[in-house]
Each structure stands twice: as C-alpha cells, then as structure tokens.
Design a protein around this ligand. Structure first.
Ligand SMILES: [Fe+2]
Length: 222
C-alpha cells in the first residue's frame, strides 16, 4: 500500500470515528440547552464567587452564539428543505427568536463590567432562551423526527464538526454573524463569486473594445 492509500484510509477511519462518536442532531441540541441552563443558573446564583460568575457568563454567551449559528446554518435549513409549510413556519419563528437573543447577547457583551442592568439583562435572556427551548424541544423536535428521520445522525455529525470548528475560532465570518440573518437569507458564496466573475468579464470586454477602437483610429490616421 503506497503513502497516498495509507493516508486516505487513515482519513476515512477518522471520519467514520467522528460520525460514530457524534450524537444525533436532537441529542446535540438538547445537550447544548442543558449546558446553557446550568451556566445561567451558575451566573444568577448569588452565592457564586464573582470570578466564576464572570466565567459562566462568558461561557453561556459564547455557547449560545455557536449554538444559534449552528442551528441557523445547518439544522434549520435541513428542516425547512425536508419539511412543508408547518416546518417553514417553525423555522422562521425560531430564527426571529434567535435574532432577539442575539441582540440581547450583543448588548450584554457591550456592558461595562459593573453595570447595574447586567443581571436584569441576563435574566431576560435566560427567559427568552427558556421559551425558545420549550418550543424547540416540543414542536420543532417532533417535526424534525417526522421529516428528517434517519438523516438526524448525519446532521448531528455535521453540527458537531461545526461546533468544534467554531470553538477553535474557525468558521470566521459565518459564526461571527450578529445580524440575526439565517443562513438562507445570506447570499450563497457561489452567487457572490458569480457576480464578481461577471464584473470581471464585463471589465475585460470593455478593455478589449477600447483597445480595438484605439487600433481602428490609428489605422484610419495612417
Ligand atoms: Fe434554537
């Protein structure tokens, strides 16, 4: 077996291992919800030392940012694509709830450390997330089970990879989105590339025409 075959085999084994280890999409979402719940509780518990409160707050804001982006870019588009009008309605509503959460997250991040509204804002964020989680784990989960069925495992693996990349600071602009736009409202990369190419083509054609006109004028003068 040559080096290329060995490397290919190793990569395939690594991918298989990832897929086996990853939870399905709904288990992954639920475990993120549990994590956020525990972090909110730690922050809001007045007996928690202040350094731990600050750490819990940073962790929950980061976790929610990654979680909402992961859902908007992978889970919701898959649900919308596989489902019908009911699923589309649920996804649109969920994205709006995410947008409200993201606005509040941005406000909390921008607060000075001892701002008197901090705890009030985090409490409102917690309540907003609790409401969202309740709807997601009841209605959205049952829709996902019905329309996505056995695709939930592969989707879970994809979502886990997204989370891992985001935690390593990858995914760049895609995870830094704070506009609340869902992935399906963001122009696909191919389209923007296509537009650039079209512009380039137009510019090249214009240059060629100008050069041809200049050559024509020279000839006429001769
Ligand atoms: Fe969500």
């Amino acid at each position: 077996m040559n080096i290329r075959e060995t490397m290919g085999r190793m990569l395939r084994q690594h991918d298989d291992k990832d897929a086996q280890a990853a939870p399905d999409a709904l288990t992954l979402i639920k475990s993120d919800h549990e994590e956020a719940k525990a972090l909110f509780a730690r922050f809001l518990d007045s007996s928690t030392p202040s350094a731990q409160r600050r750490s819990a707050l940073t962790q929950v804001l980061d976790a929610l940012t990654i979680h909402t982006n992961m859902e908007e870019q992978i889970f919701y588009p898959a649900l919308r694509k596989a489902g019908g009008s009911e699923e589309k309605k649920s996804v649109l509503e969920a994205v709006e709830e995410h947008a409200s959460a993201k606005d509040l997250i941005a406000k909390i991040r921008a607060l000075p450390p001892r701002d008197e509204t901090l705890t009030a804002k985090v409490t409102v964020l917690k309540e907003l997330i609790e409401h969202h989680v309740e709807e997601e784990e009841s209605q959205v989960f049952s829709e996902a089970r019905r329309v996505l069925g056995n695709k939930l495992e592969a989707l879970g693996a994809e979502m886990q990879r997204f989370k891992d990349r985001a935690k390593r600071g990858e995914n760049n602009a895609r995870t830094k989105t704070t506009t609340g736009k869902s992935s399906d409202t963001v122009a696909p990369r191919t389209t923007s590339r296509g537009k650039t190419s079209a512009k380039k083509r137009t510019a090249t054609t214009a240059k060629k025409r100008t050069a041809a006109t200049a050559r024509g004028r020279k000839k006429t003068r001769r």
